[in-house]
Design a binder for this molecule. Sequence first.
Ligand code: 16G
Ligand code: MG
Length: 550
Amino acid sequence: MTLLPVDAIRALADQHQKPANVLFQYGTAGFRTLGSALDPVMFRVGVLAALRSKKLDSKTIGVMVTASHNPEPDNGVKLVDPRGEMLEASWETHATNVANAPTTDALIDALETLVKNLKIDLSKPAKVVYARDTRPSGPALVASLEDGLKALGADARNAGVTTTPVLHYLVRAINTKGTKDSYGDDTEEGYLEKLSSAFKQLVAGKPALPPLVIDCANGVGAIVGQKLARHLGNSLELQLANTAIDTLGALNNACGADFVKTQQKLPPSLASVLTPGQRACSLDGDADRLIYFYLDDHGQFHMLDGDKIAALVAAFVVELTKSAGLEGKIQVGIVQTAYANGGSTKYLSERLPVKCVPTGVKHLHHAAEHYDIGVYFEANGHGTVLFSPETLETLSTYQPSTPAQSTALTHLRNLTNVINQTVGDGLSDMLLVEAVLAHKSYSGVEWNSLYVDLPNRLVKVVVPDRSIFKTEDAERRLVSPPGLQAKLDELVRRYEGGRSFVRPSGTEDVVRVYAEATVRSQADELAFRVAGLVYDEVGGDPAKRPSEFL
Ligand code: 16G
Ligand code: MG
């Protein structure tokens, strides 16, 4: 029986000791905190990734070092499972336990327990592929990760500096190589080639759209976006902005998808770049989110968020399945979270099945897998479209009976290749949106008019202990603290078109409050009143009560 290489682990673990008094948690987006605190976590994640690979019969596991849209001093790490999806939930707990072992001895104990409980066969080889974003803390953290991989003798591949969705793609491509489910060439180049050639076929014969401005959040999207632009040639002209990956402090600073979505305004850096009517979009720091926007003739800003993307894409997919003669054979469904704008939920549920799930990609992804074609998007711009294995089979074997059906079928097949089905992907989603706009001859204005967004407001309340807030009904209702939901209901009833919910953040020590109403001032007021209730509930200092409007 092969045993854990305890001496190798001990020697390397001693170089990455965990300080006392810090607790790490593998949350919605993996481990995420200040980059300077993550060294011991990285080492342990390396060990864990190797064990996960051994557990899964030497399938390749992915590790992504990124803190997405967070400010530059933060960093983070998450594990990617063999099909390119998020880490299985039960391992989130193992990851948290292993990360928090206080000493090297305790770490070795924790690992031995894990190996024993999960019956991990240590004689199996471990295979891991990893990548990082452009954060300055990345290289040192990758070195710690490599020590963890080395301690277990893993066969490790460094995919360099690339986007989170590329890493997810690589994991799936490596694990399906040479099989009938082959996902594409297992390189970044293979990814770019797959997406861009599907896009070119989708828009062939359509008039080229005017150039698209991409706000790269001064992150890794600038690097991969540049390469994508070369692959696209004249099928789509990309105008990259916010590409300062070497300027300290620039990452996600007053730019990027999270800035645009939360501030509901144009990144100031684009004011001199964007012309009225021109389409633009923002990626986040690791390019897995996408938000579109444009300025109208009066210079007024209009945002097209994840909900608008879902509406545009779902309508197109439904239209193609009908034109291909597959209506009734392929069911299209939508997955949203409580953050979806009420306007979008109304529009979509009048046309298609819509399911609401808790925040976090893993919840959306799993729910979308239950449809033949599942379209999932968070309002924040993270999402993708999943085609079930049966649907892929139908699309590849179906015999169209007219030329029109044949054309629609070819488009559907190309869509399956332009879309990164492993995870939400800003660049892939952007090509998807551009393809639909080209087909429909839509500008931002026509797209935006699919439905009208209800005015909404997001507020966060800092609380001493967010774990007392517990929700049900896909985070739309509070069950704890007791009685608070009844107070919210009473308040919401007084606002026309009012809707509000409170949930603990999965990534920050805060409670988030969302409110919408028919009129802007009412949405703002409702949000701040609900925030006030939350604040009083936790006994906050009356002098610091949230009170922007009251
Ligand atoms: C993470 C999630 C994102 C979610 C956000 C919510 C993944 C890959 N990312 O960024 O889906 O919207 O957390 O953050 O799952 P919150 O819990 O702090 O509101
Ligand atoms: Mg991100």
